[in-house]
Each structure stands twice: as C-alpha cells, then as structure tokens.
Design a protein around this ligand. Structure first.
Ligand code: SF4
Length: 340
C-alpha cells in the first residue's frame, strides 16, 4: 500500500525533494530517501508503508515515556519500517533500519488503515494513539490521516520522535498532536553526525518550538551511553539548556543496554544515572526521571514545592496516583502536564 507524499518540491528530470524531515533528500526516479520508505516512482514521491504497521500494541503511556500525560492510561502504539537516523545503539533496529523493498510484502506488516486504528480504539475504549517504535516523521502521511480521524473521535495523538522533522511537517501535524516525547540523544553535533547520521540543531529548534509555541505537551528523553554522552560537562550543558527552554518539561534519563551494533559498551551504571538526575535537578528542572532500570524514587513524581509524593511508579506501572489531578493535595501547587 502506498500514498502520494505531501511536502514535496519538484526538482529537475523527475527528481523531487522530500521536505518532511531536515535531511531534505533529493530523490531521483527509482530511488528512495535516507529513511528507506519514501520512493520516487516516475517523478512522484510515495510513502510506501502507508497503512502498514509492523507493530501494533497496547502499551502503558508511561512506556513512551510520558509521565505527565494521562498517567496510568493505555495507548494504542503503532510503528512501520524505516528511520531517518542510523543509530548504532537502536533498540528497534530490526524495524527501523529496513528498506521498504527488503524481502517480501509480509515484511511491511499488517494492513491497518487510519479507520482500522481509530475503530480499534473506539471498540476497546482506548483514548490515545502513539506513533512510535520507529520515527513517525518518516511515515508522516499515515500519522497525519490517522491523527485527524482520531481527533474527530475524541482520541488524542502522541509522537515518540527523534525530533528531526522539518518545520513544515511540525506546523502541519501540530494541530492534531497532543503529546510528544523527543529524544535529545546528546548535546554535541559530532555525536549526532557520527552516531546517528543527523544533526543536533534541528532537534533543539524543534524542542524549543514545541515547548514555547505549540499546545503540544512535551517530555524529553536522553539515553545515557557510557563514555559517549555521559560526561558531567555535556549533561550540565544539556540540562541548563532544557531548563532555560522550560523548567516544567520533564527530562527522562534512560539506561543504555548493549544492542544492535553497539555491544562493546557496558550497561549504564546506576551511579551515572544518579549523577545525571542530580545535574538535572541542580539545573532547575522540576521533573527529572530515571528509566529503564528499577529506581522507584527517581521514577516517581513529587511536588516541586512541598515534596509530597504525587505518582508512585515501579518501572512503567503506576502504583499510586494522587486524586486531585493537576494540583498538589498538600500545597495546591499546579503540576504541569495533561491530567484529564
Ligand atoms: S523523511 Fe525520508 S525521504 Fe524525506 S527527507 Fe527525511 S529521510 Fe529523506
């Protein structure tokens, strides 16, 4: 199944430029963009994985991770093949690093059109959909059509993204997007170039835009990789920047486990996670969380004003949730997030 791509600029001799992410690939007839799923067929660009989901699950929203967005709820989560990054440490590499034409048709996943996904939500009483597992920008038209239909039916939409979408794509999806978790993978352009095949600046630009100029609720995640992005200097610069953008933006520090092409490094030691957590708090971020390991205190939510426990979590499970959503029951502090 395929659909004509949007945000395309014609070039010469049948070539087109895809304007969905910041790579802005120039694609000649018969070729695909860097993401492997946007194909130029005789001068027209198509998304080749439209309506084809390789993964569909019902996940806790905390797993995205989103901790200040309807906590304790289930979210229908879908992903396709393809990605615009090439991270050596990708945990979903078996779907993200695939070309649409790899193997036979079954590799594209099951047919799940926007009305199928929304229908599933309505049938099961699920009120959110996440575009996740691989980068949602690369299957933009599929997310856009589904998100619009979801909104018409009172269902909210969430991206779990590397933040490398173009400004045009962000503007187009923003009215239909309610929440987003953006990976801030490091705070150096060298890391983005060498480890991911991307660039840092567009990611920073999009985090700032989303936090300050849209109604989309945003949380940020950093996977802490020993020896690559975990120095005190880099984390301090990152945390200071995040706090300057918005101190209410939750920051998730996630533990690395060896995977894909990065098996030469150990898992993140607990001491590094704790140090990063403290750096975030010292920078003035009100909500810092440690994830991908068992650390109940650092994965629970406390009132930034009086310290009252508001949400107790264990891994991704919510064990206790305060009743007066959005307001601390002890001191009436307004806790940032989407609670109802
Ligand atoms: S979405 Fe794919 S084809 Fe389009 S610019 Fe990004 S990598 Fe290139």
């Amino acid at each position: 199944m395929r659909k004509e791509a949007c945000l395309v600029r014609p070039l010469h001799d049948g070539a087109v430029q895809c304007l969905v992410c910041d790579h802005a690939c120039a694609i000649r007839p018969g070729e695909v963009g860097k993401c492997g799923v946007r194909y130029n067929d005789a001068g027209t660009l198509y998304l080749m994985v439209y309506g084809r989901a390789v993964s569909i699950n019902l996940d806790p929203v905390e797993k995205k991770p989103l901790f200040h967005f309807l906590p304790g709820g289930d979210i229908l989560s879908i992903g396709t093949l393809g990605c615009n990054f090439r991270c050596a440490f990708c945990q979903n590499w078996n779907i993200s690093q695939r070309h649409w034409a790899d193997g036979h048709d079954a590799r594209l996943g099951q047919v799940a059109l926007p009305n199928d996904l929304v229908g599933t939500c309505l049938q099961r009483g699920v009120n959110m959909i996440a575009y996740t597992y691989n980068e949602p920008t690369v299957f933009f038209e599929y997310t856009y059509d589904t998100a619009r239909l979801a909104h018409e039916n009172g269902i909210r939409n969430v991206y779990v993204s590397n933040g490398f979408m173009s400004q045009q794509a962000l503007e187009m999806i923003a009215p239909y997007l309610d929440g987003i978790n953006v990976d801030l993978k490091a705070f150096s352009n060298d890391f983005y170039r060498e480890q991911c095949g991307g660039r840092l600046e567009p990611v920073k630009r999009n985090i700032r835009t989303i936090a300050r100029e849209t109604d989309i609720w945003i949380e940020v995640t950093t996977l802490l990789i020993p020896g690559l992005n975990d120095s005190r200097e880099e984390l301090t610069a990152m945390a200071n920047w995040l706090a300057e953008v918005d101190p209410d933006m939750p920051w998730h520090i996630s533990a690395f486990h060896p995977d894909y092409q990065m098996t030469d490094r150990p898992p993140t030691p607990p001491a590094s996670l704790q140090q990063a957590y403290q750096i975030g708090k010292d920078a003035g971020l009100r909500y810092v969380y440690v994830g991908n390991v068992m650390d109940q205190d650092r994965s629970s939510t406390f009132c930034p004003q009086c310290g009252e426990l508001l949400v107790r979590r264990s891994w991704y499970a919510v064990q206790e949730l305060w009743k007066k959503r959005g307001t601390c029951p002890q001191c009436d502090y307004e806790v940032a997030g989407v609670w109802t």
